[in-house]
Design a protein around this ligand. Structure first.
Ligand SMILES: Nc1ncnc2c1ncn2[C@@H]1O[C@H](COP(=O)(O)OP(=O)(O)OP(=O)(O)O)[C@@H](O)[C@H]1O
Length: 559
């Protein structure tokens, strides 16, 4: 009898072919939903534990298995080890040997088979054991009640990196129609676990850096074991307009990550100011890392700054973490930047631009977050003109230029600096701080200080160490004459006329005990109306505290 067709059948919906089509469309939809859900969970996994939870919760049930292991090829390339696996205490052992052990050969007969296959590989344990073609760990799974294993290759960055194993207790646990889905999930897992490995590598590197930073604490040149506060803005002593301008710049630039270029003569306090910027910055709770570029032999620049891997060159017996990596999340102070060899300048520029380094002999780049402060006592713009310094590197460093005036241009800072160093060295050498007479202070203020604050500091340290008197005695050197180049400059130190005028007026006003007007005032001595002298002093930036040494000393005492 002929079968009567319904209108649905007439339209072809209920034929055997259409049933199959609808079923496979539904399966496709379900699989897509599973993939979508899993890929978002895997993408959100931040560490190994998260990934383990995803696999444990989702995979075995989805494919009918009970346990799983995700094994990765070890660094040696010839062995593999479990990376993630079902909690071991949930596997029912029937012998003493643990199932999850490290270091199986990649060519163990099943791992390599899965690696070579684009499709999942199903292994019937009984058959495989009979054929004696499987490694020892398969026997142990068999003893734990497993009858089937489903293996799929995991790739990361386009390379096979491991194999995911699912273990089923019943025969036929794994249905062939889910193999496609299994493969897709393995691909998503590959990306997920690669991110986690990268995170773990970064964390390991950070731990190494911190360990290294802790080890080198205290022996960093120029660090001198000072407290953070000592290295901060409070350690920068001075009240001259020049130093006040510097304080204002420090306050403006410290909170940013901008590169700062400090220029100034030797001993003017570039390092002290670099420390102050760092200490006032959000990175100030980490130690600033310093490199003295003038002290590095040219062939060591790269390994000192970027580090090297063990065996990168003859003599590289250990991995070395370079200064850039040590300075991650903190500040790198590149002192004497003008001394770096031309051939290294391009490499340094690239690192400053890309914000990443590659260790010598290393396999990949390392992203870094480093704030740069550079310093030099050379005129870098002139060095660029002379072809000794790359122009592009100069612009890259000269984002916030800060020029530190020499001590001879900020003599008002001398009294506070003298008091500070006298008290400091007296306490270091266990002595009572000597009295500083006005005469001594004046002679210190009128000296030229070619070596700047460093020279002043050393002179005072020497005086305190050698003196047995209650009054500070100093023996001023004449070294500044040697620093001058021409015959005239050897005879007398040339200073701008305005400085001369300023110093002279100050001297006279001091002699008159700060009096300007009246018969015994400075104006009368200089044969000027007091109003003229006052306006001249204003123009030259002379304020009351500059000529009143006692008040300057009182200020200095208050530090
Ligand atoms: N404003 C300051 N207050 C207190 N001490 C200072 C100040 N400036 C410099 N010093 C002291 O002077 C000495 C030299 O300073 P620093 O090393 O910072 O100078 P520099 O310009 O970096 O020298 P160089 O160019 O030779 O490296 C240090 O002992 C430092 O403590």
């Amino acid at each position: 009898m002929e079968k009567a067709y319904t209108s649905r059948q007439q339209r072809g919906y209920d034929t055997p072919d259409s049933h199959f089509l609808i079923k496979s469309l539904e399966q496709q939809r379900r699989e897509q939903a599973v993939l979508l859900k899993l890929s978002s969970i895997i993408a959100g996994a931040k560490n190994r534990q998260d990934l383990q939870t995803v696999i444990t919760d989702q995979l075995p049930g989805l494919f009918g298995g009970r346990y799983y292991t995700l094994c990765l090829i070890n660094e040696d390339g010839v062995t593999h080890s479990p990376f993630l696996y079902t909690a071991e205490n949930s596997i029912p052992y029937r012998d003493e040997t643990p199932i999850i052990v490290s270091g199986h050969p990649v060519n163990d007969g099943i791992f390599d088979k899965a690696l070579a296959s684009e499709e999942p590989v199903l292994i019937d344990l009984q058959t495989a054991i009979k054929a004696n073609t499987v490694p020892r760990y398969v026997y142990r799974w068999f003893n734990a009640g497993i009858s089937e294993m489903l293996l799929v290759k995991i790739s990361g960055g386009g390379m096979p990196v491991g194999v995911l194993y699912l273990y089923g207790e019943k025969k036929g646990a794994f249905q062939a129609d889910k193999f496609g889905l299994f493969k897709c999930i393995a691909d998503i897992l590959g990306t997920g676990f690669r991110n986690i490995l990268l995170n773990e590598t970064m964390e390991r590197q950070l731990r190494e850096i911190r360990k290294y930073q802790e080890q080198t604490d205290g022996d960093v040149p120029g660090f001198q074991g000072n407290t953070k506060q000592d290295n901060g803005i409070k350690a920068v002593i001075g009240n001259s307009p020049g130093i006040q301008n510097i304080f204002a710049v420090i306050e403006r630039v410290a909170p940013s990550d901008s590169t700062v270029l400090l220029q100034g003569e030797t001993g003017t306090g570039k390092e002290v100011i670099a420390n102050a910027i760092h200490a006032a910055s959000p990175r100030g709770h980490h130690r600033m890392i310093k490199v003295n570029c003038a002290a590095l032999p040219p062939d060591l620049f790269e390994s000192e700054l970027f580090g090297h891997e063990k065996g990168a060159f003859t003599g590289a017996l250990q991995r070395r973490i370079g200064k850039f990596e040590q300075a991650n999340d903190t500040t790198l102070f590149l002192d004497e930047i003008g001394e770096i060899p031309l051939e290294f300048q391009a490499k340094l520029l690239r690192v400053l631009q890309e914000k990443e380094i590659e260790r010598l002999g290393g396999k990949g780049v390392i992203k870094l977050n480093v704030r740069i402060i550079a310093a030099t006592n050379r005129n870098l713009a002139a060095e660029v003109k002379a072809g000794n310094f790359r122009q592009d590197l100069y612009y890259r460093l000269n984002v916030v230029p800060l020029s530190i005036p020499p001590l001879r241009k900020r003599k008002e800072d001398i009294p506070v600096l003298v008091t500070h160093f006298v008290n400091h060295y007296a306490s270091i050498y266990g002595k009572k701080a000597p009295i500083i007479t006005d005469k001594v202070m004046e002679s210190l203020m009128y000296h030229d200080w070619p070596g700047n604050i460093r020279e002043l500091e050393h002179l005072l340290e020497r005086s305190i160490l050698l003196s047995k008197k209650e009054v500070l005695q100093i023996d001023l050197p004449c070294a500044h004459y040697e620093a001058s180049s021409s015959e005239e400059e050897r005879l007398f130190s040339i200073v701008p006329l305005a400085t001369m005028e300023r110093d002279y007026i100050l001297k006279v006003v001091r002699l008159c005990n700060g009096r300007i007007a009246g018969p015994n005032g400075a104006a009368a001595k200089l044969q000027l109306p007091s109003t003229t002298l006052n306006s001249r002093m204003q123009k030259l930036g002379i304020r009351k505290e500059h000529f009143n040494i006692r008040s300057t000393l009182r200020q200095a005492d208050a530090i």
